[in-house]
Design a protein around this ligand. Structure first.
Ligand code: GBH
Length: 495
């Protein structure tokens, strides 16, 4: 700090630092030493009390196959995750989503948990195969009825529903015809999305087309770790990505046509959260370039309506085949961008690279949560919305997922004291506050997840909930992190 501050700049600093704080009358006329003390106190208090904007939407997120169970009820059709999880060796411990948290039957109890936390937003996903059991054809009223009940229960509890239309549970009948390798799937998805928009938009005001395109294409069709468990060649894989983003664009258009005026349409994307290794201008610039290039075939093509030159060059003969018309559809304007943010991608300036940056792999000692991939970098929740906002100026942003796994156990008193999850959330939310205080238009935050649930190929072994679920009895027990989240919401601030 400078040894002397002019009265005018001192007053300005105070007003910046103090926000709503009341300061001693005439503070600006005090001597320099007292000024510094007062300023320090104001800054300290301001940094202790990090207020979120009034009306900031605090919520939680789940996804159909991960929580519903009831896989053979209400006329639901089979999905690629039923097939995959029932194939020996694919999911840890042979776990399946057959029952999971049984939210198909217990959604009222789950909504009550949300209400008790003070949540005002709930992100859930619709299982396509409950609505169109084979992906196309005649709609299934019993499936629609279930989501009508969920939506009505949420609204009755003062919680805004945010609906995701595809969170990876593709109808098996569509996979049998090539799944996301077949452009017909993109069209079928748009038809289904349009149908849901027409049925729900009298009550649901925000829709997300897809969840994490990168995850279901890379894990499902490139490395085979998720359903449908395929490993297609590089050219076919680039085409899978193209068909998926095309499905997104077509569904945006279908939703525009079918929803009530004022309905907001976006997606939930896990754009790699490029963070500068050091916060210097050159590395920050590198992170910005990295945000575009690391996500070229996902968020970048969606926001810009074109693939970057570097992406097409890198793929060479394996680049996707596309038309100008398709790019236009993919780039259909959105009302908001949802970002799922978990781990950082550290980036540095690198003049030896044509693109000007490189990704830095962490040392072996780099800390992570229970899931080995979930390296800890709270800055991700600053840089991801910050850079997305700078590059593409979306009108609104939401954090559609953030949270972590922990080796939760019930203690003798029946509590789960997940201090590591509290640590994770506190630090990430502090960085989110930093972004918002710089006017990045983040309107809400959905914690992943309300409940421990089926964590895909990790089965039930990796718990992400702020509520502990005993999968034998279905008993739900709020963890320490629930208490933390509840207090954060009540204060609308992070300490
Ligand atoms: C999100 O994926 C999903 O939207 C959600 O369904 C999921 O439950 C949640 O986050 C927590 O994982 O095993 O090393 O190959 C997060 C992105 C991409 C993270 C795939 C795990 C597998 C890494 N996921 N990744 S590895």
């Amino acid at each position: 700090m400078a040894p002397y501050i002019s009265r005018r700049s001192f007053a300005r600093l105070l007003s910046v630092a103090a926000g709503a704080l009341s300061l001693p009358a005439g503070a600006a006329t005090l001597d320099t030493g007292t000024q510094h003390a007062a300023l320090g106190a104001a800054m300290g208090a301001a940094s202790m009390e990090k207020k979120f904007p009034t009306g900031f939407l605090w919520g939680s997120a789940t996804a159909s196959y991960q929580v519903e169970g009831g896989v053979n009820e209400g006329g639901r059709g089979q999905t690629i995750w039923d097939t995959f999880s029932h194939t020996p060796g694919k999911v840890a411990n042979g776990d399946t989503g057959d029952v999971s948290t049984d939210s198909y039957h217990r959604y009222r109890e789950d909504v009550a948990l949300m209400k008790a936390l003070g949540l005002r937003g709930c992100r859930f996903s619709v299982a396509w195969s409950r609505i169109f059991p084979t992906g196309v054809g005649q709609p299934n009223q019993a499936g629609l009825d279930y989501y009508n009940r969920v939506v009505d229960e949420l609204l009755g509890s003062g919680i805004q529903p945010f609906c995701t239309l595809f969170h990876w549970d593709l109808p098996q009948a569509l996979e049998d015809k090539g799944g996301w390798q077949n452009p017909d799937t993109a069209k079928a998805f748009a038809d289904y999305a349009g149908y849901m928009g027409g049925k729900l938009s009298d009550r649901v005001k925000s829709f997300m087309t897809m969840n994490e395109i990168r995850s279901f294409t890379e894990l499902g069709y490139q490395n085979g770790m998720h359903a449908p468990g395929l490993r297609v060649d590089a050219q076919k894989f680039a085409q899978v990505n193209h068909i998926a983003v095309l499905g997104h664009g077509l569904s945006v258009q279908a939703l525009r046509a079918s929803t009530k005026p004022g309905t907001k349409i976006g997606l939930a994307d896990n754009a790699q959260a490029t963070c500068p290794v050091l916060e210097t201008p050159e590395h920050i610039k590198a992170a910005e370039i990295g945000m575009r290039e690391q996500n070229a075939q996902y968020l970048t093509v969606i926001m810009e309506g074109k693939y970057t030159d570097a992406y097409l060059k890198r793929l060479g003969p394996n680049a996707p085949k596309f038309t100008a018309e398709e790019l236009k559809i993919i780039g259909s304007p959105l009302d908001f961008v949802g970002l799922n943010v978990y781990q950082p991608t550290w980036v540095r300036a690198d003049s030896t690279k044509e693109v000007g940056y490189s990704v830095v792999e962490g040392p072996a000692s780099y800390p992570h949560m229970l899931s080995p991939w979930l390296t800890i970098g709270p800055e991700a929740l600053y840089w991801s919305p910050k850079l997305v906002s700078k590059l593409w100026r979306p009108k609104e942003l939401y954090i559609t997922e953030n949270g972590c796994s922990s080796s939760d156990v019930l203690n003798e008193e029946g509590q789960v004291l997940d201090t590591d999850r509290v640590m994770y959330l506190r630090n990430y939310l502090t960085q989110l506050h930093r972004a918002i205080s710089e006017d990045v238009p983040v309107k809400g935050y959905f914690l992943w997840s309300l409940l421990d649930n089926f964590e895909w190929a990790d089965g039930y072994g990796k718990r992400f909930g702020i509520t502990y679920v005993d999968f034998k009895t279905q008993k739900r027990t709020p963890k320490l992190s629930s208490e933390f989240y509840k207090a954060t919401i009540a204060k609308n601030s992070i300490a």
